[in-house]
Design a protein around this ligand. Structure first.
Ligand SMILES: Nc1ncnc2c1ncn2[C@@H]1O[C@H](COP(=O)(O)OP(=O)(O)OP(=O)(O)O)[C@@H](O)[C@H]1O
Length: 315
């Protein structure tokens, strides 16, 4: 009932002009992009051109999302999520509405992108995701609600970006928002405490989901079931050592998971554990040259896949 009330109050037609009470920003609604548990997101036209505008009756949820976006902007390198433009209130004909505006991230969600461009992309997108997660974890945050709908592949060149930061939680607290299939609590494989291993579990589930686009439910022992799903899939089973470690919380960081995944992707998948060990020793010996190699590997993989992507469009 409550939800319907706010939804009705935040429902506006294309062409509606929203004027910020405090900062005077001027936005014209183009169309609705979607709605979530506590607000509606519109595509709007503002001084910066196309802008995503999220409005809600709940000022707390708006403030908390704005704080996460501010924290994202402190992550070194390009922001993993949309850049925040401004937060304001609007005295609408139906009363005061809280809103914030942010960069409009254009592109398909991760599953749609993989369906269109092929599973060759899964590895490289997950490597990109792990890179971003590592930075986010270093800043003391857990993304929480990792799922394809919250991951947009923008570009070209393809680049994974987060949208919907509502689940992003400070380390040590209880995860704010989650989705069953990607939640380790649901599978009986851990708690809902905000920590890096929580996101790495979801990353592993995201990887599995790219090969099983139809999600499956838990039946009995979650651990046994997931292992069976991975190992019985002819292509997915190649990644089994990395996926298992992530599912069982055995990776101390996203960086470690990324390192192992890169080894598998560089086609040395016949003896992954041996390679992982060798790589770990090498990394200890020469940390700098290790990360240089990783960067070059990611670059090469991206270039090759990007060339294939362009080629498929020319055909
Ligand atoms: N910055 C953005 N750029 C482009 N599209 C966006 C952006 N932010 C949100 N969207 C779109 O708006 C939809 C609604 O977003 P929102 O964050 O409110 O909720 P949700 O992800 O659907 O649900 P919930 O918050 O309950 O998990 C998203 O699914 C996405 O399609």
């Amino acid at each position: 009932m409550m939800m319907n009330t706010w939804k009705t109050q935040c429902k506006f037609l294309p062409g509606t002009v929203i004027i910020g009470k405090w900062h005077g920003g001027n936005y014209q609604i183009i169309r609705e992009l979607g709605s979530g548990a506590n607000g509606i997101v519109y595509l709007a036209k503002g001084v910066r051109g196309h802008t995503a505008l999220k409005m809600s009756m709940d000022s707390l949820s708006i403030t908390s999302e704005v704080n996460v976006l501010k924290a994202f902007s402190k992550v070194p390198g390009d922001s993993p999520g949309p850049s925040l433009y401004e937060m304001d209130d609007w005295e609408s004909p139906r009363g005061r509405i809280h809103f914030y505006t942010m960069e409009y991230i254009q592109g398909p969600d991760m599953l749609t992108f993989i369906k269109k461009n092929g599973q060759t992309w899964v590895g490289i997108l997950i490597v990109q995701l792990l890179d971003t997660l590592e930075k986010l974890h270093q800043e003391g945050w857990t993304f929480g609600d990792l799922k394809p709908e919250n991951l947009i592949v923008s570009g070209p060149p393809p680049r994974i970006r987060f949208i919907d930061v509502g689940g992003t939680t400070i380390k040590g607290r209880a995860i704010k928002e989650f989705t069953e299939f990607f939640d380790r609590g649901y599978w009986g494989l851990g708690s809902r405490k905000s920590e890096p291993t929580y996101d790495l579990f979801s990353t592993s589930m995201l990887f599995i989901h790219m090969y099983y686009p139809k999600k499956f439910s838990r039946v009995g022992d979650g651990k046994k079931q997931l292992i069976q799903q991975i190992d019985s899939h002819s292509e997915l089973s190649r990644f089994s050592p990395v996926l298992r470690k992530a599912l069982f919380g055995e990776y101390g960081s996203a960086k470690k998971m990324k390192g192992d995944l890169l080894i598998l992707l560089s086609d040395k998948g016949d003896k992954p554990v041996t390679y992982a060990r060798r790589s770990a020793t090498r990394q200890r010996k020469n940390k700098k040259s290790g990360s240089m190699k990783e960067t070059v590997m990611v670059l090469l993989l991206t270039i090759v896949l990007y060339a294939l992507y362009i080629y498929s469009y020319l055909l």
